[in-house]
Design a protein around this ligand. Sequence first.
Ligand code: PLP
Length: 451
Amino acid sequence: SAITNHMPTAELQALDAAHHMHPFTTNDELAAKGARIITRAKGVYLTDSEGNQILDGMAGLWCVNIGYGRSEMAEVAARQMMELPYYNTFFMTTHVPAIALAQEVAKLAPEGLNHVFFAGSGSEANDTNIRMVRTYWAEKGKSAKTNIISRKNAYHGSSMGSGSLGGMSYMHAQGGMPIPGIHHINQPDWWAEGGDMTPEDFGLARARELEEKIAELGEDTVAAFIAEPIQGAGGVVVPPETYWPEIQRICDKYDILLIADEVICGFGRTGNWFGSQTVGIRPHIMTIAKGLSSGYQPIGGSIVCDEVAEVIGATEFNHGYTYSGHPVAAAVALENLRILQEENILDHVRDVGAPALKQGLNELADHPLVGGVSIMGMMASLPLTPHKASRAKFASDAGTVGYMCRERCFANNLVMRHVGDRMIISPPLIIDQPDIDVFMARARKALDETY
Ligand code: PLP
């Protein structure tokens, strides 16, 4: 029996609940409410099985940077599937889409980052990074350098390696994470954890925890520090300005590889090609995925500096994925990069999208539930609070009010995610003023209904 978009919603929802295991979802939730069935999408709007037009304030999962429904992407995919649907890049073979995409990514990346190791996702790419930095130091004769330092409340993926790099305690509680040799310091979240400190002092203090952790583990045992330039899934945590320069100083001083996880920040989200440029750091490796293909095909990778690539390639790196550099995904990603460049979408972010989003959110911050605005480019969050001045937390279980607000947004045909009691915003980069106005009107209504 064919399952189609034309079946009654309730029937599709029942089948979904019966057979489809969803990430980060409980059976009870699925059975009680039924998942919303998204049938198509165009620009910044999703359509559901009831015909509702939902404004996607999250660009899917922070990935549909060029917006939905670009026919060029489908045409490129179809052409590539006819010509060469699959071939691998193991054992001395390659193909034009992988070559062209690697060259283009190297061109866009900061100076010195000229090599790309492809993966199927951000999680896979971060697993690659764990093995790559440890192998690098072993090849350099420093095999004791195996520890990797990350941060609490970071998100680096869901596989054993990447989930261990991540600092989500509720993920670590299941399935035996973190794997050995991964250590977490505190995050630079002034809003939630800064207390009475100034943001500047707090940023420095949190950065210096890296130096303390290096001392504790032993300077000669630390391979790398990994972080998102701006934490995304942790709640869009924009660090105080003092934070990143101090982290860079510490990595330089102790000869520690710096890995910037650009899975969300990359490809225009912060107004530059990479978040590392926005916060002014010089990583040795950058993790990419999501905006690399605007989510039209699953693809990720690691952009690697010359020195690390040279050492890793000196002997065989026994690592790779069946879909490393998948030709259809690579061709689609290349088309996405062409669209981003030819349509000057980064200029649109800097000149139109980000200022309009900032202004709209600042106006929304007069709402009694909204504690402030955290924003960089076109990623933002609104912490909800019962008391703005003290940045107080709700007495209810953490996340209850955020969850309610997300539900009210969804009921009002707006996707705004919540992380605990923080509302998260990350629309397609092409969103313009009229749809930002729609966003704000729906968000205000949802906040009123939550209050
Ligand atoms: N790194 C960051 C910063 C992310 O936000 C994510 C996903 O949200 C990942 C890695 C994992 O990427 P994927 O879900 O493609 O495995």
